[in-house]
Design a protein. Structure first.
Length: 677
């Protein structure tokens, strides 16, 4: 349940037509619902700090949670953002999956003996795990997007800018939303990014090779540094053809004002001004002359021109068609195997153009963390926010490797229970006793339970792949009472409504009682009660020891065995499907050793505290080839099944290859061996 609600904008929205222009231009089902949500405010939840990396004096944040809830927290803290870049779901209907790689087994001597050999990427054992689905109906997407944009606007500074990255699926609709939220007068550009060369085998339409990035400011006074380029300027460079004998090439440009200004109409050194005046003031003209930047013609009736020197030319202004930034090469250093990863060059251009060092840059659909990573490299502060655990882990590791300092925070809104919403939804019917498909029900209902007295009882379950449905509020209940229930068969006497979070159970029950339009009983159930019993952590056997070696003194934790029921379930599913579909071609199933160490991706030791916030005093990540990334530094050393630290470790954290993390407290006996938990 939220702590409270934070207004979207500084003043109350009472009496304000929050969807004024948008509703006039584009009518769609559900537009009234979002007005109710905006008047209610942004839900503010408890924020829990998971980890601090570095000293973080700048207050950088990596937040796991939804955009609206993150904005509520920022606004409550009085934090304002100077630049926003978001790359939200495109309403494309696509499912996005993470490629999961089985690591090498460090206990197999043969693998260690191959330390000098590079394993071909095609030889790696791998399977896919769905991370989230970009599956929306248009109306719901627009409601969700409008709410997010209003939340983002509420934490932007008065001089801030926003870049919204979309494609052809929904971009033209969101453009109207952006006009409504930020004002048509504050629209600056639609940037067209050519992200690839073309679609091979395209036969019935033109190849789709571009995305759109809509650029808005909050007002007329905003930060912008015109980006320049020297690429593709061969023709322009031919203009630098003049030389006064000192070897400095220059071009000549007119000093004519495009519009009339009395202050620019003056005579200089006997040269008459153009009709509209010169393009610079008298003082600037004098400075240009002292610096040798003026070309005086022999005849006074001709005009003075300005010299522009080639050695001072930084490039031509970049326009709104970007064809010089390419998608990430498959073997590029920055590639992270993240489905929607954008190139650093794209964000570097945007951040340099629309912010200054020290400013705060935010990305509320942060994905692979490219915005935060580039912002840190350019000396900006950053906020990375994403609902997906894979995003948080990818970004955390990326920033750690770059040497950035930041806090890892988690919004306690109930969503964190569902590490992988796709898999949870796949198993939801098995988790709710008696729930079965019912063909007569519409898509709103997940299924029905048969009751000996009541007959068929329809069941509503929030869609975990759509984070906007997690909160049961008056808007959702109103839709259930006035849209979903009337479509049911008249014999239905009761429905069950599950929720992840609820605005206020007392208020929702009162809302149901006060609405006398239906006689159908509505029973509310907490979804967390269903899932709490099925969350099973991974199992590990390991021991800790103090070591004294020639080159190292400290502590070592060695993992002997690791088991993950969830990962093994995925592997078994992969093997079963592969064998089923293999036919005569044959199929090589994924086999895991008895030790199970191939299922480990990341280990971290906390030598500071045995409880509370995590301190990663020593950490290693095993890349897909089996090499160790030690405290963010890549090595060519294979993992040997252990992790070391200078100080005595108190806790061990292990992340499996699907991203689940489990923490164990290390208990020592007198002989320093670990008491296995």
């Amino acid at each position: 349940m939220p702590i409270k609600y934070i207004p979207f904008i500084p003043e109350p929205v009472e009496g304000q037509a929050v969807l004024g222009n948008f509703n006039r231009i584009l009518k769609y089902k559900g537009a009234d619902d979002v007005s109710m949500v905006l008047q209610r405010g942004m839900p503010l939840y408890e924020m829990e700090k998971q980890e601090t990396v570095g000293d973080n004096t700048d207050g950088n944040m990596v937040i796991r949670g939804e955009c609206v809830s993150a904005c509520a927290y920022l606004k409550e803290q009085g934090i304002q953002v100077d630049l926003v870049y978001i790359d939200p779901p495109f309403a494309s209907g696509a499912d996005y999956a993470k490629q999961v790689y089985i690591r090498r087994n460090p206990t197999v001597a043969e693998a260690i003996a191959q330390a000098e050999q590079e394993l071909d990427i095609d030889e790696l054992k791998t399977f896919e795990e769905k991370m989230y689905g970009d599956v929306w109906d248009k109306e719901k997407y627009l409601n969700w997007m409008y709410e997010n944009l209003m939340a983002i606007k509420s934490v932007m500074s008065e001089t801030a800018s926003i870049y919204v990255h979309l494609d052809y699926h929904i971009g033209h609709y969101v453009k109207i939303l952006l006009d409504e939220v930020f004002g048509e007068e504050n629209f600056k550009n639609e940037i067209i990014w050519k992200r690839k060369q073309g679609n091979l085998g395209q036969t019935n339409q033109y190849g789709i090779v571009t995305d759109s990035i809509f650029y808005y400011s909050m007002c007329d006074e905003y930060c912008f540094h015109t980006p320049l380029t020297k690429d593709g300027q061969a023709e322009y460079l031919k203009r630098f053809k003049y030389d006064d004998g000192d070897g400095r090439k220059y071009r000549l440009s007119p000093l004519v004002s495009p519009s009339f200004s009395p202050s620019l109409v003056y005579e200089y050194k006997g040269y008459k001004p153009p009709k509209n005046g010169w393009s610079v003031s008298y003082e600037t003209m004098e400075r240009y002359e002292k610096e040798g930047r003026l070309k005086f013609p022999a005849k006074k009736e001709q005009r003075i021109e300005r010299k522009q020197f080639l050695d001072e030319w930084e490039g031509s202004p970049i326009q709104n068609l970007w064809t010089d930034i390419f998608v990430i090469n498959p073997v590029a250093e920055e590639r992270l195997d993240y489905a929607t990863q954008k190139p650093e060059a794209l964000l570097e251009r945007i951040i340099k153009a629309s912010s200054n060092p020290g400013m705060l840059v935010a990305d509320f659909f942060g994905g692979s963390g490219v915005t935060a990573a580039v912002a840190a490299k350019l000396g900006r502060r950053f906020v990375h926010c994403d609902i997906g655990l894979n995003s948080i882990q990818t970004t955390r590791d990326r920033l750690k490797a770059d040497g950035a300092a930041f806090d890892v925070l988690e919004i306690k809104d109930g969503v964190q229970l569902f590490r992988n919403p796709v898999q949870t939804m796949d198993k939801i019917k098995a988790l709710i006793p008696g729930l079965k498909n019912e063909d007569s029900l519409g898509s709103f209902w997940e299924g029905a339970i048969s009751d000996s007295k009541l007959g068929m009882v329809p069941v509503y379950v929030p869609n975990l792949m759509d984070s906007s449905s997690k909160l049961l509020d008056e808007v959702t209940v109103n839709r259930i009472i006035h849209q979903a229930i009337p479509e049911l068969d008249g014999s239905v006497k009761k429905v069950i409504v599950y929720y992840i979070d609820i605005t206020s159970e007392d208020e929702i029950r009162k809302f149901i009682r006060d609405d006398d339009s239906t006689t159908v009983e509505i029973e509310l159930r907490d979804m967390k009660a269903v899932l709490d019993d099925v969350v099973i952590g991974d199992y590990a056997e390991f021991y800790a020891e103090e070591i004294h070696e020639d080159l190292f003194g400290g502590w070592r934790v060695t993992v002997d065995k690791f088991l993950s029921d969830r990962v093994m379930g995925k592997i078994q599913e992969y093997n079963w499907k592969g064998q089923l579909n293999a036919g005569k071609k044959g199929f090589k199933p994924i086999e895991i050793s008895d030790e199970g160490l191939e299922l480990i991706e990341f280990l971290s030791l906390d030598c500071t505290a045995a409880t509370g916030e995590w301190h990663s005093d020593s950490e290693i990540k095993i890349d897909k080839l089996g090499y160790v990334v030690r405290n963010g530094t890549k090595t060519k050393t294979f993992w040997d099944g252990s992790i070391t630290s200078d100080a005595k470790p108190l806790r061990l954290k292990i992340r499996n290859i699907c991203g689940d993390e489990t923490v164990w407290e290390i208990e020592y006996r007198k002989d320093q061996l670990l008491q296995v938990l």
